[in-house]
Design a binder for this molecule. Structure first.
Ligand code: ADP
Length: 469
């Protein structure tokens, strides 16, 4: 097997950047520790000495200064000495040892000379103690500058050789660098693997989805961006599955439901061709059947589409607050000509505006289907009553007719697709057997209560309730 590195992959880039970062960190560490350590140490020592000098200068007039200086000298590992210009010792680290080492005496002389000659307030220099070859920071400052009784502070702070420290550090750093780099390489390899694994999983699942396997689930991600992406893709696959089901249902329904009217159209067309073509009366009546069947087909197709969409969850409601009284009035208006022509009467009982929250177009369809049924099945008196009122914070809509009614045992079935009650069996262009299933789907999507009351021989009342707004 050939091992090939994909230099453009996220995995490789992550690993590379991580490793480079570790190498850079090591480089900075080397520079700081080895190259800058010497100067850094010296700078630090000088600023420390200056700080100590300032503390002594500030506290010089306080009574417990001598004790303080002892403590400061001990704590900071400094040789502090205070003397007047005429040689009277005010403070020296070992009070018994009044005689200063010759080397310091010589150096103090030099510092004093510099302070006086150049009329400086402070003076510092680095000297080398010849016996131990130790570098020492020598610092001098005036504590009192009164002419003739000047008081001078001397601080000698040894600069311990940093070479050996640097050597130790360097040898340690070699190990630290090797361990860090190896760790960085290995860790970054695992981290980049871990980070890219969910992406690889998603890619695999996505290719399955592309092949039409809609039951694939995206999961296993362990950081929020990937989890969000997985959620989105899961949602997408669910929607795709729904669309696929819708498509399959639709094809099945269409091929099943359209067969009857199409057969009718075909046989009547054949009848016109073979028998009634020359007989205008018969031909017209056969053509009328074809037209009615075509109308039926039209309604059937659109009903099927609505129903399939709603059942598959593709169709989302567009809810708003609307006045249901206006909706009903518009529907009644659209029946006006038909009512007048056919002698029907719609009695609308509604004493005020009623606002509800829902998808107005869909609710309009519910009302239309119910009113349509009431007109279709209302019987001899041709009276349909629509009532809207308020019951317990709900807006109650009902439509009643005085038709044949529906047998009790069939009531629960009339909401099913293509169910036709035994008492009311019409086959016209207006009847698809889907009206009440559409009503049911829409009202279920609205979480609305709905139902039917019917007494054989006395008529039916279909109702639903929506929350009052
Ligand atoms: P259709 O297109 O057949 O009317 P629906 O789904 O609208 O289909 O109704 C299903 C069945 O319920 C109808 O065939 C009819 O038998 C019965 N039905 C519906 N509404 C009424 C009504 N107002 N009075 C009596 N029967 C009704």
């Amino acid at each position: 097997m050939k091992f090939k590195i994909e230099t453009k992959s996220l995995k490789f880039k992550l690993w590379l950047y991580f490793a480079l970062f570790a190498a850079l960190l090591m480089l900075i560490l080397w520079f700081l520790q080895i190259i800058f350590l010497r100067t850094y140490y010296q700078e630090m020592k000088i600023s420390e000495t200056r700080k100590v000098a300032n503390t002594i200068i500030n506290q010089y007039d306080q009574p417990d200064i001598i004790d303080n200086i002892s403590a400061i000298s001990y704590k900071n590992d400094m040789y502090i000495h205070i003397e007047t210009s005429d040689g009277t010792i005010i403070f020296t680290p070992d009070s018994k040892r009044t005689i200063m080492p010759a080397f310091f005496v010589k150096e103090m002389y030099g510092i004093r000379g510099n302070l006086f000659l150049n009329s400086l307030n402070t003076f510092s220099t680095i000297i080398t103690e010849p016996r131990s070859n130790t570098k020492i920071l020598a610092y001098g400052a005036f504590l009192d500058k009164t002419k003739g009784s000047e008081v001078i502070l001397y601080i000698f702070s040894p600069l311990f050789p940093v070479d050996s420290t640097i050597e130790i550090l360097a040898s340690q750093l070699v190990y630290v660098t090797i361990i860090s780099l190896v760790l960085a390489f290995v860790l970054s390899y695992f981290i980049s693997n871990r980070l890219t694994k969910p992406i690889i999983n998603i890619t695999n699942s996505a290719s399955k989805l592309a092949e039409g396997k809609y039951d694939v689930t995206f999961g296993g991600g362990n950081y929020s961006e990937i989890i969000r992406l997985e959620d989105t893709l899961n949602y997408t696959s669910k929607e795709l599955a729904k669309a696929k089901n819708l498509q399959r249902d639709l094809i099945a329904n269409v091929s099943h439901d359209l067969r009857t009217p199409l057969t009718m159209v075909k046989s009547y067309a054949e009848m016109i061709r073979d028998l009634s073509g020359d007989n205008p009366e018969k031909r017209n009546s056969h053509l009328q059947v074809i037209i009615e069947e075509a109308d039926r087909l039209n309604i059937l197709v659109s009903d099927l589409l609505v129903l399939s969409k709603m059942q598959s969850g593709v169709d989302v409601l567009e809810k708003s607050v609307f006045n249901i009284k206006d909706t009903v009035m518009n529907i009644i208006l659209s029946y006006a000509i038909f009512i007048e022509k056919e002698g029907y009467m719609i009695d609308f009982k509604c004493d005020s505006d009623y606002f509800v929250y829902g998808d107005e177009i869909r609710i309009k369809q519910v009302i239309s289907n119910l009113v349509n049924n009431a007109i279709k099945y209302c019987g001899e008196d041709k009276i349909v009553t629509i009532t809207i009122n308020e019951i317990n914070e709900n807006i109650h809509f009902e439509v009643s007719d005085k038709g044949k009614g529906i047998p009790k045992e069939e009531l629960e079935h009339i909401w099913e697709r293509y169910y036709k009650a035994s008492t009311n069996h019409v086959r016209n262009s207006n009847s698809t057997g889907l009206g009440l299933s559409i009503v049911k789907e829409i009202l279920l999507l609205h979480n609305a209560k709905f139902g039917v009351e019917s007494t054989l021989g006395f008529g039916s009342t279909f109702w639903f309730e929506l929350k009052k707004q």
